[in-house]
Design a protein around this ligand. Sequence first.
Ligand SMILES: Cc1cc2nc3c(=O)[nH]c(=O)nc-3n(C[C@H](O)[C@H](O)[C@H](O)COP(=O)(O)OP(=O)(O)OC[C@H]3O[C@@H](n4cnc5c(N)ncnc54)[C@H](O)[C@@H]3O)c2cc1C
Length: 328
Amino acid sequence: MPNSTDILIIGAGPSGLFAGFKAGQLGLSAQIIDSLPHPGGQLVELYPYKTISDIPGIPCIEAKGLVTKLMQQIEPYNIPMHLGERVETMSFHSDKSFELQTSAGSQLICRAIILAAGLGSFNPRKPDLPGIQHYENRGVEYAIRDIEKYRNKNLVIAGGGDSALDWSIQLSEIACTLSLVHRRSDFRGNPATASSVRQLAANGKLQLLLNANVTGLGGRDVLEYVEIQFPDRSFKLDCDFFLPLFGLSPKLGPISTWGFEMDKGCIRVNPTTCQTNFQGIYSIGDLCSYDGKLKFILSGFQEAAIAMHAAYAYLNEGRQAKIRYTTD
Ligand SMILES: Cc1cc2nc3c(=O)[nH]c(=O)nc-3n(C[C@H](O)[C@H](O)[C@H](O)COP(=O)(O)OP(=O)(O)OC[C@H]3O[C@@H](n4cnc5c(N)ncnc54)[C@H](O)[C@@H]3O)c2cc1C
């Protein structure tokens, strides 16, 4: 039997979780689906231990701690979550309802959809190194999930963006040695974070190998060293782990074929409602695009509120939801 609900939220990142909260607050039934086996989106998958300092009222919190708080906030509404299921297809019914099928074979019927699918499925950009597949999970890793694994180990990180810089700072506190390899002399990531990395290098907490590339990997069974290539010399650097943090190649997957008006991989919405070019389908968070869009967690929260109020009116013949404070 298909499962039915007022609103189906695709994505359990911060935007999708807060959308679930707003649905509960407005008295709409909702369900959340995520292809990952856990809620939290990028915060848990990409940077669980990174500190977030730009959530109003919370000066400083670990990313996974923020997800725990979002889960606590949503808990009173008992919103069912389908985790580890990717939404594959969507079809329109003549009574204006939508039917979604997931990779696990679930069939879900709803009257409105909130797309909070962020960057889509997470696929790391992998360096093109001979034999790299052999060393995957034997010393080569593309995401940091359990920070304790790296305590007192020799680490080589490659990359020049936020992820490589953030992790270099955090892991330098627990690693035995840490080398950051970057093919340029300047970093793409946040300038303040880059200057902290340079400061750590000046203090001997990590080694910066700039204008250099990792060109080879070696070791009998598990990774034992990487080959570093400078323009004029090369050498082998012993290590336990090589972490190429070159970001994600965004793969929105099936959603991109559903006929939405797209803008650089994101779904174009009307910012006053977050509605897409289909009535009853809204897009929020990193996945939505409008003039002036900022890809911050806090923007996703605001868009969740806008979309849920618009969906409420759509589901209730244009009647606006009363603005309710949580004290009500
Ligand atoms: C290294 C790094 C540091 C950052 N630091 C900050 C910071 O300090 N402050 C800040 O405000 N922002 C920060 N950001 C940005 C922030 O993480 C994003 O803006 C935020 O995660 C967007 O939330 P979201 O819920 O829209 O999407 P996401 O967090 O991407 O979640 C989307 C979810 O949708 C799921 N999904 C996708 N497609 C499907 C499908 N077909 N079926 C089912 N599920 C699907 C995914 O599995 C994922 O869980 C940072 C980003 C990075 C990469």
